[in-house]
Design a protein around this ligand. Sequence first.
Ligand code: GLN
Length: 274
Amino acid sequence: MVARTGISNARLDAELLLSHALNKNRAWLITHSGDLLDEDQCRRFQASVSRRVKHEPVQYILGTQEFWGLEFAVTPDVLIPRPETELVVESTLHAAAGNPSPLILDLCTGSGCIAVSLAKEVPAARVFAADMSATALALARENARRHGVSDHIRFLEGDLFGPLEELDIKERVDIIAANPPYIPSRDLPVLQPEVRDYEPVMALIAGPGGTEIHRRIIETAPDFLKKGGALIMEMGLGQADRLCRLVEGAGAYTAPEILKDLAGIERVIVAHRR
Ligand code: GLN
């Protein structure tokens, strides 16, 4: 049924949904493949399959997504964490190496996946995580609690650096990490239905060009970064040149570096404040 509706990985999704309905793992399914479902299990499974055939992402149905080896709660209020975003975490850890208690900002925190992963990895780090969505922040807080790092992350509601203005952290930040929205508005209609119809538009779309939010971050980040501090941002396919030009044009950074993800796509820009 799932396969016939044009869902890729239909078998895997069906297994994930069945495991969820039975509250068992996938290994259990294999060893109990001859078992019959009771009525309740059957109803639960069918309910989740009928959501999936309408292209709802399996993660929203299960309510979770793994990122950086940790399980994150996800709802339609937040972007589902993507594996390529782990490169932001990795680059941030690299930039923080040798500093046991870095001051880190995570802008557009969404589910909090970047902030929480960093707080887990660097227990003495001070992390500020901001987002303009109150419902996303509530979930990010839940994820911080889930992973025992609530005391290490301060969550702030507002637009980019807006809520950070009143804190006394200007020119004191070691690293600003962000996975901002980066899809150009005209691409919305051609996105996969899973993304287009279910993930929050606010977390996906930046504006007509796709790099509007990056541009704003590049402009303001130097006010917050200490000398040598790093700005680390995820980007979309084909945006590297434009972002390098913006960083160079800002006049506040040394030459930017572009990192490729596992698929070989230019995915992360790293720029240090002069
Ligand atoms: N920081 C979150 C993530 O990387 C959310 C990003 C966003 O909403 N644009 O998944």
